[in-house]
Write a protein that binds this ligand. Structure first.
Ligand SMILES: Cc1ncc(COP(=O)(O)O)c(C=O)c1O
Length: 461
């Protein structure tokens, strides 16, 4: 008999080493960054939209693990499904049989995009995008993919090729043949399509970096152009999908849009089991898998595993049973309206945008001389420092976790669990108001911290 492995004991004995272990064996910049901004906390327990530290303080999660915790943490229905699937001791991943759960999850997913027919299951968002890129190239026989400036579709090499930020791309070239177009610029899109070598155009219906939505009509206009030029519309719903924006898919906000391929991941996992799905048209799949010889031409060892499928099925059931999409719309409208009402009150607050529970709060140059000098000092050091200056007291003083929405952006993004309600809206708006009051006071700890950030930004150059 082997020595018993006891996870509970391991965590009890060595959990306190967590930051040292990361510094020693993992990406050492993470603990360094967390320490710098005072985020190096120890959270002990989590449920729904909250986590707790060892002293029992509650923290409101407005980040949802970059969106994977769409239903919050440890949703009881998802948790039970995972216990059940383990208890069932299924003959999973034999690879030479057909399991029921992938078929059932595909059926349930496809019910939300009735014009599509088939699903490929992988293990992450970036893999869902890679699959779409490969399928588009194979189906059209063309090499080039178009994407939007500032886009984010994942960080593996294919997805990186359609990333709209140099910061992510630099040093990793050569990537796939690609061309960026400005979101909203149909003329630029058409110019590229006319070259006849474009397999597809990939777009987030609301960009995760900066929370920018295309102008109304752009998705439909793009779709018409793509059809005319026999290229595919690939909609990346990895972050926006499964109710986040107040529709099941964010593309559904605009009438008449029917993507050829949709990428899903994050929240489908229930926050437990990595999963990605590429949903698409029958003819595309039939072309990729055109003969028995090609049955494994695109596959993944862990794709369709029972735990991921069980989590996905449970998530979709909860989304239906608990009216999650409607809650995202109603609660999102409330939160956005309450925040937008503050724009006139605070000169540093420029815009509140987004849809459902995907909200961007943008800061900008103040009008008063008193604040302008401070703002300019921050901007000269690095763009995005003011947003960081807001994120830090939100956590340190008010125990609310948020993030700056991308490098060099003065935007905070809110993507909380879709289960939050009025209580969480009140707590966030109260805290945000207090932080804005501090910032507009002009003195105080907040701007001292700003000066610390400036020193670090300059030292890091
Ligand atoms: C729109 C979008 N696509 C793709 C990805 C990549 O997903 P993953 O991190 O699971 O690879 C992300 C992740 O943030 C995303 O927001």
């Amino acid at each position: 008999m082997t020595k018993d492995f006891d996870l509970t004991r391991l965590l009890a004995e060595r959990g306190a080493e967590r930051y040292d272990l990361h510094t020693k064996h993992l990406n050492h910049q993470l603990p360094r960054m967390l320490h710098t901004i005072g985020f190096d906390r120890v959270y002990e327990r989590a449920e729904g939209a909250y986590f707790w530290d060892a002293d029992g303080n509650d923290y409101l999660d407005m980040l949802a693990g970059f969106g994977v915790m769409g239903l919050g943490r440890h949703h009881p229905v998802v948790r039970k499904a995972l216990h059940d699937v383990l208890d069932a001791s299924l003959a999973d991943l034999t690879r030479f049989d057909c399991q029921p759960l992938p078929g059932l999850l595909a059926e349930k997913l496809l019910a939300h995009s009735p014009h599509l027919d088939r699903v490929f299951f992988g293990n992450s968002g970036t893999e869902a995008v890679e699959t779409a890129l490969k399928f588009a190239r194979y189906a059209t026989g063309r090499p080039r993919i178009l994407y939007c400036s500032h886009a984010f579709h994942g960080l593996t090499t294919g997805s990186l090729s359609v990333n709209g930020e140099d910061g992510f791309r630099d040093g990793f070239a050569p990537l796939l043949p690609d061309t960026a177009v400005e979101m909203g610029d149909l003329d630029a899109l058409e110019r590229e399509l006319k070259r006849g070598d474009v397999a597809g155009f990939v777009i987030e219906p609301i960009q995760g970096k900066g929370v920018y939505a295309p102008p109304p009509g752009f998705l439909r206009g793009a779709q018409e152009l793509l059809r005319r030029h026999k290229s595919l519309l690939i909609v990346d719903e990895v972050q926006t999908g499964l109710g986040r924006t107040g529709d099941f898919y964010a593309y559904q906000h605009e009438d008449g849009v029917e993507p050829d391929l949709i990428c899903v991941a994050k929240a489908l996992s229930g926050g437990y089991v990595p999963v990605g799905a590429t949903v698409g048209r029958d003819w595309i799949f039939k072309k990729v898998y055109s003969s028995m010889d090609r049955v494994l031409v695109h596959s993944a060892s862990f794709g369709s595993n029972a735990q991921a499928m069980a989590a996905g099925l449970a998530v979709l059931s909860v989304i239906e049973d608990e009216q999650i999409v409607a809650n995202a719309r109603v609660t999102g409208d409330l939160l956005r309206t309450r925040l937008a009402a503050l724009v006139d009150r605070y000169e540093l607050l420029h815009e509140v945008r987004g849809r459902g529970l995907m909200i961007g709060i943008e800061f900008g140059r103040p009008t008063s001389i008193k604040l302008r000098g401070r703002w300019t000092m921050l901007q000269a050091a690095r763009k995005g420092l003011f947003a960081q200056m807001v994120v830090v007291p939100l956590l340190q003083k008010h125990r609310i976790l948020t993030q700056v929405s991308g490098d060099h952006l003065e935007v905070i993004k809110l993507i909380p669990p879709l289960t939050i309600g009025e209580r969480e809206v009140e707590r966030f708006v109260d805290a945000f108001t207090a932080v804005m009051d501090d910032a507009h006071d002009g003195g105080g700890l907040m701007w001292d911290f700003g000066r610390t950030l400036v020193k670090q930004a300059v030292a890091n150059r």
